[in-house]
Design a protein around this ligand. Sequence first.
Ligand code: NCD
Length: 320
Amino acid sequence: MPPAPTTTRTPTYTRRHLLALQGLEAEEIRALLAATRRHANGPVSRQGGDGAPARSVGLLFFEASTRTRVSFTVAAQRLGLFVLDCSGPGTSAAKGETLIDTARTIESNGVDALVVRHAASGAAAIVSAHVKCPVINAGDGRHEHPTQGLIDAYTLLEAHGRLEGFDASGLRIAIVGDVAHSRVARSACAALRALGAEVIFVGPPSLCPPSMSALGARVSHELDPLIPDIDGVMALRVQFERAATLASAREYRALYQVDERRASLMKPGAIVMHPGPMNRGLEIASTVADGPRSVIRRQVEIGVAVRMGVFETLLTPAIG
Ligand code: NCD
């Protein structure tokens, strides 16, 4: 009998929106990481002016942001997309317009995708139910920040030489700090677990309650015993604006700061990540943030590639 033809299934992402990583199949996450990889090592930019009709994306940021907003803007520009930045206090939201009305108004101006950041969990999903164009969640309350989760997964895989197949099995990652209020922790956990990694949430019970294990991660209130066995640590900011409180900053540092001593006890090749913005000297020591294990700047670079990949995926066949 002739051998059965071997078909390599190319992973695809066929959903209209990108609202969350929780609930995605591993193959869908791999498809987005594959799209990232096309842009991860240098600008494969495509300028407009090739006769194709101009496409545009609307940015709707109702919450403070530097890196995410800049990164989405650069990604769009590299793909030759126009950016309509309708963010901030200058919008009609400040006049009492609802989120849905604002989003629909922007869409009616002809944008081909909307990028939404909002302090309320579920905001991007609500917008997606009321507009026709793809919606990308750029962070909604404490729910999800899917492009950041893709950044974290990609950066980890790259650092450990796992880009072929995007397979994170056997890797163990500690996500440390204010897990309870963190959309980044939720998205990163979903991506890393789907790709086979083990995730441990670490922090004091007030910021990392046992119930967080519902996301498929182990919960620990102690960092030190884990340090020699992990392949990466991601420090999270204490999100005071989301009602997080710290009984004692000194005690927090002593127990949970990713500091020089802890970094020196990690395995060779183990990495230090942080989604930013960092509070240097609180959740992470400045010397570690800038030290040899740190891939924090690489996370920022990968941010552009992830967002280019996501735009391409959701706007296909519109781009290219
Ligand atoms: C985070 C966010 O806003 O969710 N930052 C980011 O987008 N990279 C994390 C934070 O605010 O601490």
